[in-house]
Ligand binder design. Structure first.
Ligand SMILES: [Cu+2]
Length: 260
């Protein structure tokens, strides 16, 4: 842009100079030819002076034009630089806004995940304490490991009946990581656990044994089951315990069951 304007200014100057030279030459020619003629000399001199003056004026005007063009070019390049700077600032600001928006979205995603984790762990806490609404209904969870969600179970003696809700929160099928909940005298758990393997999957690994008070079916990941029994079925002066009779689980998956 600036180069073009400078070129134009140079062309103007050149044109002015040529015009100036031409006028001087013409004036000289006029003077030379007029001396042959009979016209008064002072007219010729005046013509020459006038031509020279107009040439000077032309040159001056050309100089002014160059200066103006230069100024305009400078102004325009300054404006262009200003505009480019403004645009760069705006682009940078937009980029900053976008980056902020992205990081805010990331924060919100993190918060949502944290909230989800929190609600999950709160659920775990709730089941560990049993069913707060009814002390005679006990929620027990199992998963993809050899463990019940509760270390022991205690129910009030006032319960007409007791219900155990067993939920498998894992993902493994019952053939690989099945669990059940079986209530029996504490000193009979080993025998019942060993006999359970022989009973087989068709019997949910629960042997035919009169000492067993209550038993659920075997469940796998995502399944739930329950069993309800009367406290009248428990003999006085006997310690009871619950156990999982899935093969290999009875030695570690067990806990005391007490009536208070
Ligand atoms: Cu088990």
């Amino acid at each position: 842009m600036k180069t073009n304007i400078s070129n134009t200014a140079a062309a103007l100057l050149l044109a002015a100079l040529i015009a100036g030279c031409g006028s001087e030459q013409d004036a000289a020619d006029d003077a030379a030819s007029s001396s042959d003629r009979t016209e008064p000399v002072w007219d010729v001199e005046q013509d020459a002076e006038g031509a020279a003056q107009s040439a000077e004026e032309g040159a001056e005007a050309a100089g002014d034009a160059i200066e103006d063009a230069g100024d305009r070019a400078e102004d325009m390049s300054e404006d262009a630089a200003d505009r480019a700077g403004e645009m760069a600032d705006e682009a940078a600001e937009q980029a900053r806004d976008m980056a902020e928006g992205a990081s805010e979205a990331g924060d919100r995603a993190d918060e949502a995940m944290a909230a989800a984790e929190g609600s999950r762990s709160m659920d775990d806490d709730a089941t560990a304490g049993g069913d707060a609404g009814d002390p005679c209904v006990v929620d027990v969870e199992v998963g993809d490991s050899l463990a019940f969600s509760v270390d022991s179970i205690a129910v009030p003696s006032s319960c007409e009946s007791v219900t155990i809700n067993l939920a498998h929160t894992g993902s493994l099928p019952k053939e690989a990581m099945g669990h059940n909940w079986v209530l029996a005298p504490a000193d009979a758990l080993d025998a019942i656990g060993q006999a359970g393997m022989s009973a087989g999957a068709d019997n949910d690994y629960v042997p035919d044994d009169d000492r067993i008070v209550a038993a659920t079916e075997i469940i796998g990941g995502g399944e739930r089951t329950s069993v309800t029994f009367s406290l009248d079925d428990l003999a006085d002066g006997v310690d009871y315990a619950y156990v999982c009779t899935f093969p290999g689980h009875y030695s570690v998956m067990r806990g005391p069951f007490t009536v208070e």
